[in-house]
Design a protein around this ligand. Structure first.
Ligand code: FES
Length: 103
């Protein structure tokens, strides 16, 4: 079952921008890349502390600001080891609102 919740307005995250939201104690980074939105768990799973929101984009991936592990924004896959794969969330836009599915 899906559980879409509004997390931001589209005007808050124009193309090329990013924003971190906190919902139900979860920190999630939202990226707008060429007007497509991606949502990924903000905390890097390598050491469990680094915020991916401060990372460098690499195509449809984000590189952790600490050690540079890359996480695919569509799948959450880590390029170093699958043990570090992280969670991505389904995301959609409706009536200028950005919604994430937390299920
Ligand atoms: S803490 Fe993110 S790659 Fe090491």
């Amino acid at each position: 079952m899906s559980n879409y919740t509004t997390v931001a307005e589209t005007k808050e995250i124009p193309s090329g921008e990013r924003k971190r939201v906190e919902i139900n104690g979860r920190r999630i980074s939202i990226f707008n890349i060429n007007n497509a939105y991606y949502a990924i768990n903000d905390t890097c799973p390598h050491k469990g502390t680094a915020p991916l929101i401060r990372g460098e984009l690499d195509g449809l991936g984000i590189k952790c600001p600490n050690h540079g592990y890359r996480f695919d924004l569509e799948t959450g896959e880590c390029n170093i080891d699958s043990v570090f794969n992280t969670k991505v969330y389904p995301i959609k836009v409706k009536n200028n609102s950005i919604l994430i599915d937390f299920d």
